[in-house]
Design a protein around this ligand. Structure first.
Ligand SMILES: C[S@@+](CC[C@H](N)C(=O)[O-])C[C@H]1O[C@@H](n2cnc3c(N)ncnc32)[C@H](O)[C@@H]1O
Length: 287
């Protein structure tokens, strides 16, 4: 079988500009095959004959047309897993969460924001860490775990808390699987008591952000990689504006604030790295 030809350049340019305007995601030259494959799948789902037909519809669509949003969503990469990269969660468990709990002991409130949460594995990992390791310390606290994403489709999947065998095989320790999930046919369903601790909301990082209680901890992992420098700068400045001055930010393993936002300071915690507003970046307490 021969691969489908890549999308024609004028069509690629149109998709590129729609995706950039709707999400900040930059589609580099050479992504023609990826765009073609994703749009083929979307065209089939929408009952359109071929990608060319979808592109023609898109040319006719107004700026608020639903199809633009569907094209943007189709071009997002939703790759994620439980305990992704493991070290950030070790850092959270051993240093960052104990430090935040000590800092917030008087107010007894903890706010966590997981931006770009995809299908929920990342916020649910955090919920499981809190439940497994901090349930006693946080008893009676007002703990809010808010998870957001641009894509309505991944948010629906995340809210459902249902995962395939393949998804639970990726990173979820078997002890947590048997303790917090039940099997339903070919899927694993997360216990309501954990599922309910995460609130999912739509939030597009390149649009105005809705008001949110200032987070103590921001997880913004594996999303900045898709943006250009000015967009990264704008989003990091937004994170600084909303987060508590002594809060913590975690980025993905290939992401950094270095040379992007000098007001964040890099801090190593065990085998992981987090970022703090420069003024707050005193070494974390030794434990
Ligand atoms: C690769 S996933 C990362 C998921 C998770 N944070 C992790 O590290 O495993 C990237 C997510 O970013 C979301 N995304 C892309 N552009 C976005 C934007 N402008 N605003 C909000 N979310 C966005 C995508 O929908 C996707 O779910």
């Amino acid at each position: 079988m021969t691969a489908a030809p890549p999308i024609p350049t004028p069509d690629f340019d149109l998709i590129r500009s729609v995706v950039r305007a709707g999400s900040g995601i930059v589609l580099e030259d050479g992504k023609g095959y990826l765009v073609q494959a994703r749009l083929d799948a979307l065209a089939r789902r929408l009952g359109l004959g071929a990608t060319a037909e979808l592109v023609a519809e898109l040319r006719r669509a107004g700026p608020r047309d639903q199809l633009r949003g569907q094209v943007v969503e189709a071009m997002t990469t939703n790759e994620t897993s439980f305990f992704r990269d493991i070290h950030p969660f070790d850092a959270l468990r051993t240093v960052v969460l104990p430090d935040l709990i000590a800092r917030r002991a008087k107010e007894k409130a903890l706010r966590i924001w997981c931006g770009a949460a995809s299908t929920g594995q990342e916020p649910y990992t955090l919920a499981l860490v809190l439940k497994e390791h901090f349930a006693t310390q946080l008893a009676g606290w007002d703990v809010r775990l808010t998870a957001t994403d641009l894509s309505a489709e991944v948010l629906d999947r995340a809210r459902a808390g249902r995962f395939t065998q393949l998804e639970v095989n990726r990173g979820l320790p078997v002890g947590l699987l048997v303790k917090y999930f039940t099997r339903d046919g070919s899927e694993w369903v997360l216990a309501d008591a954990v599922r309910r601790t995460v609130e999912y909301r739509p939030l597009n990082l390149v649009e105005a952000w809705p008001a949110m209680p200032p987070p103590d901890l921001v997880m913004m992992r594996n999303v900045l990689i898709y943006f250009d420098l000015p967009t990264k700068q704008k989003i990091l400045a937004g994170v600084r504006r909303v987060m508590r001055p002594d809060g913590y930010l975690f980025l993905g393993g290939s992401e950094t604030t270095m040379n992007i936002d000098p007001q964040f300071a890099r801090q190593e915690v065990g085998r992981s790295v987090c970022y703090r507003q420069a003024a707050a970046a005193t070494p974390p307490p030794k434990r």
